[in-house]
Design a protein around this ligand. Sequence first.
Ligand SMILES: C[S@@+](CC[C@H](N)C(=O)[O-])C[C@H]1O[C@@H](n2cnc3c(N)ncnc32)[C@H](O)[C@@H]1O
Length: 211
Amino acid sequence: MTQPPTTTFADAAATWNSRFEGDEYLFGTEPNVWLKEHSGVWPQGGRVLCVADGEGRNSVWLARQGFAVDAFDIAEAGVAKARRLAQQHGVAVNYGVADCEGYAWPQGTCDGVAAIFVQFADPAERQRLFARMVASLKPGGTLVLQGYTPKQLEYGTGGPPHASHLYTPQMLREAFAGLQIVELHEYDAEMAEGKRHRGRSALIGLVARRH
Ligand SMILES: C[S@@+](CC[C@H](N)C(=O)[O-])C[C@H]1O[C@@H](n2cnc3c(N)ncnc32)[C@H](O)[C@@H]1O
């Protein structure tokens, strides 16, 4: 019996590797704004894990702020660009190339997890992904997450074209019921993150702390 696909693409690594193959940084080299604005929740020099970090804009910026950063992505081409970006800025990040199903997730040792546009996961994969993110946090550690809401399907300015991959406040509240929700904000904003996240966007941001 064939396994149902767990991600948007039959071969996510191949799809993302081909997207990342040029020199251009598809999501830009500046950090995501929600992440930048909320990174103050983490202790100075703390350990932060960047999930599905792509071409490294977030991991590199966090390392530049003095955090000890682990990051991984399924796409080797993205991680290679992330390594280059880190080198350009003279910072070290502990990069890995891995599928979120196979990554050696830290266990209860992270001060922070950054999950910025990790909406490749369908509901079943998302449940496992979110559980792993939570388990990697130490008590008192904080998750900073950003994604699109279903309204983004009308804007079409980024993100997967699948309603089941998008987040609603209710869904995030339920998914992270075991955490203390510090902030949960649904809003529209003008995005300018490279060429793939550009224009009016329907966003949701979460900050949630492990007890
Ligand atoms: C929309 S991009 C966001 C990248 C990065 N977080 C950012 O904000 O710039 C989604 C990322 O998820 C990665 N990805 C897709 N499926 C994955 C999987 N199963 N495991 C790990 N990473 C995956 C892609 O390679 C891509 O880099």
